[in-house]
Write a protein that binds this ligand. Sequence first.
Ligand SMILES: [Zn+2]
Length: 149
Amino acid sequence: MVAQPKPLPVREVLCHHCNRPIEVPVGAMSANCRHCNRRVILEDLKIKAYHAVVKLETAGKVEILKKAHVVAELRVNELNVQGKVKGNVTCVGTVKVGKKADVDGDISCRSLIIESGATLDGHILIDPSFTPTAPVQPEDEEDDGLLRR
Ligand SMILES: [Zn+2]
C-alpha cells in the first residue's frame, strides 16, 4: 500500500479586491484570486513604528505593536492592535484591541475583543457574517445584451 499524499493544507481568506472567499495554501505570501484574477496579498504584517499609508491591505493578519502608530485605512483578515491606529478598519475576522491600544476610526468586523483600558473612538459594526462591499470594479459593469423584452 502506498500512502496517499496528504492534500496541501489550505485556509480560507477573503480576496481584498472582490471580497469573495478563496482558498489559499497555508504559508503562501500571495495568491491569485480565482474570481477576479488579481493578486491577493496574504502576508502577515507586524508594524512596530510610525506607518502612514493610504491603505493597508492584506488577506493576512496585521499586528500593530505597542509603540506603533498606524495612519491608514486597514483592510485585513485579522487585526491585533496594541498601539495606535488612525483610520477605518475593515476586518473579515477578529479585531483585538489591547489594553493600551487607541483606535480612532470606525471598525467593521466579524468579532471584536476589547481589553479593559483600550480607547476606541468611532462606529463599531460587529456582524458574524460581515462581508465588506467590493470596491468599484469597472469589469463588473454588465452589458445589457442578455436582457430580453
Ligand atoms: Zn478577488
